[in-house]
Design a protein around this ligand. Sequence first.
Ligand code: AKB
Length: 319
Amino acid sequence: MKNILIIGSVGQIGSELTMELRRRYGNDNVVAGFRSTQPSEELANSGPLERVDATDVERLNEVVKKYNIDTIYNLAALLSAVAEEKPQAAWNVGVNGVYNVLEVAREHNCAVFFPSSIGAFGPSTPLDNTPQDTIQRPNTMYGVTKVTGELLSDYYFKRFGVDTRGLRYPGIISNVTLPGGGTTDYAVEIFYEAIRNKKYICPMAAGTFLDMMYMPDALDAAIDLMEADPSKLKHRNAFNVTAMSFDPEIISNEIKKHIPEFIMEYDADPRKKAIADTWPNSMDDSCAREEWGWNPKYKLGEMTEDMLKEISKKLGIGY
Ligand code: AKB
């Protein structure tokens, strides 16, 4: 029986991952950890809930002991654009927090999931078909914390035998919780604006290709990796995973297939452009496919259709 703790359960990935884990492992076996943002009623009423902060190691220890936790999904982090505004806070959560989680995991024999990112790459990384093992010299604080988290997680596996596993997530597209402060947020916002106003002012520069993934695939990826046969894993922290790569024009044209009157104009945010220009155009995720069977279900067409349908339902606005 798995006893799971999610740190960051009210965030973009955490809110949906917590509910999916509860569906799969039973509500009582999945503890939703939150820090300051109030959890949704669904999250609060469906299973155990605890205030936990990755930077507070004593509290972390207490909760892990109380619930006899054997697996921790550590999703606490500041996204890339916010991390550039608050680099000290980003380091505290993204490095000190990760270190605390690994120490607690070592002491209590827990497995740990670590979400790295395409942000772990940098300007000297090959941009196309970015290999699993390549140059990682990011020039953002977000990237620095992600590379550090990958290295620390691998170190704890090799040195102490902690079962650490991680993914380099691309931009995640979801119709449930909005992202906050990421570079790839435009790929979610565009759907809300297309339905509300039939128009979107895009903060991403024309021609910027980035890897993306629909949330159902992002959840499967995390859970499948944690369930994978350890004897098959040649890598651990962290696997390249992607489902699609597009630039703003491509996603706008896909939306136009459903909403022909939709128009997009550009007003590129130079801070986001500076970050996105150092990230891969498209990653090679063949190691994830070979080592634990990664195989995303949603490509651009299916994702767009589902996003429009679900957001239209949620907003009560037809298209
Ligand atoms: C961000 O844009 O910061 C994240 C990411 C790709 O890690 N969505």
